[in-house]
Design a protein around this ligand. Structure first.
Ligand code: ADP
Length: 384
């Protein structure tokens, strides 16, 4: 009776084992996994049907480790061997992971294989490596495609940054070069004139020197800004910066308009970078001057006041001209780099100006409802 029970329970165990092995086999098949068992002492690799399928190997026999390695892509052998050596180090945890290519001998296709396994040790010596392999060719191809797309996007971005930097430099140099060219013509004219007016000549050459020095300073500041990307700020009287910008524009021969100033007295100090705010104002004033060239009585109004925006007090600057203003289709694009409607324009003035104002903690925009005439506004933060 007793022996019958034992035999019966043995049968149960065998059946359970068979079912469990079947399940394992089905799961392995569903996952498309190959299995290998590397007998290190005997230098033999056992591999299952799925794995032989990856390699395109029809024979069911085992192979030597060297034969197995010879079927791995030469470029991937060293890295794979390093992973094996590392896993076989008794000081480690025996875990093995590697990715390598094999050429399927049946159809010549190149496959990417991901292998994972575990090294078993006996008396401190690695004696077996058992693991699974998976065909990851598709994932690898997707990864490669994504990498190529990322590389292309990065290269386009680099080109754009280079183009923008070059344009920003061109924008800084355009004005002084034009002025230097005009002063030089005056100087040449003075020299060629029979009764040489030395006063004229000296003023023209001084103009050249001053413009060249300004161009140098501008470039220096631009490069410092691009390299460091940080702004040195100070407490500033905004109304004073506006006066400075107006005199720069007038000295450049851009001041052929009537100016009305509505500057709020006792405006609290702002905290900004002086050169950058001045640069924005000069850009807006020059644009206004150029837009008002066709107007009989060109007139410009510059105002400052305290404005509450999102419950915070900021300084607001308004630059309004009586030129033709902007068509809605043009107005939509003026802050885009390289957008210009002028024959010799570069189209970077407003793009740079907006960046500079934002770098200083403010906003710059065009008021859309002011035609005829254009009304640009920007805000800047107060010092306290
Ligand atoms: P650029 O002056 O080199 O054209 P900007 O970025 O400074 O570059 O200006 C872009 C465009 O915005 C100009 O070409 C012009 O069409 C328009 N614009 C700017 N300011 C004014 C203005 N005050 N009145 C009319 N149009 C303007």
């Amino acid at each position: 009776m007793v022996s019958f029970n034992v035999a019966n329970s043995n049968l149960d165990v065998e059946e359970a084992l068979r079912v469990s092995e079947e399940r394992l086999h089905l799961a392995k098949q569903a996952a498309g996994l190959g299995i290998f068992d590397y007998d290190i002492k005997r230098n033999i690799v056992y591999w299952d049907k799925q794995m032989r399928k990856f390699w395109g190997e029809p024979s069911e026999s085992t192979i030597s480790y060297e034969e197995f390695v010879a079927r791995i892509h030469p470029e991937d052998r060293a890295a794979r061997q390093e992973a094996i050596d590392c896993a076989m180090n008794p000081a480690g945890n025996g875990e093995y992971r590697a990715e390598y290519r094999v050429v399927n001998t049946a159809n010549g296709a190149e496959l990417w294989i991901a292998a994972m396994g575990q090294v078993y040790f006996e008396a401190g010596q690695a004696n077996r490596l058992v693991g699974i392999t998976r065909d990851v060719t598709e994932q690898k191809n997707i990864q490669k495609k994504l990498q190529t797309q990322r590389d292309e996007a990065e290269s386009i971005l680099k080109q754009q940054v280079a183009a923008r930097t070059a344009s920003a430099i061109a924008h800084e140099l355009n004005q002084p070069l034009t002025a230097i060219s005009a002063y030089s013509e005056v100087a040449l004219h003075a020299i060629h004139n029979d009764d040489l007016d030395s006063g004229h000549l000296i003023r023209a050459l001084e103009g050249c020197v001053e413009q060249a020095q300004r161009a140098g300073r501008s470039l220096h500041e631009l490069l410092a800004f691009l390299q460091k990307g940080e702004v040195v700020t100070e407490r500033l009287n905004l109304n004073e910066v506006i006066h400075d910008a107006l005199s720069i524009v007038r000295n450049d021969g851009h001041g052929g308009f009537h100016v009305t100033l509505h500057l709020q007295q006792n405006l609290p100090a702002i905290r900004c970078n002086r050169t950058q705010v001045q640069k924005v104002l000069v850009n807006l004033l020059r644009n206004a001057d150029e837009a008002m060239r066709a107007v009989d009585l060109p007139a410009l109004t510059v105002s400052t006041k305290v404005q509450t925006m999102n419950e915070v007090n900021v300084a607001l600057v308004i630059v309004q001209d009586n030129g033709p203003g902007l068509e809605p289709a043009v107005a939509k694009r003026i802050f885009e780099p390289f957008f210009t409607t002028k024959p010799t324009g570069i189209g970077m003035g407003l793009a740079i100006s907006r960046t500079l104002i934002e770098t200083n903690g403010g906003y710059l925009w065009l008021d859309p409802d002011t035609r005829p005439g254009a009304k640009f506004q920007f805000t800047l933060p107060f010092a306290s």
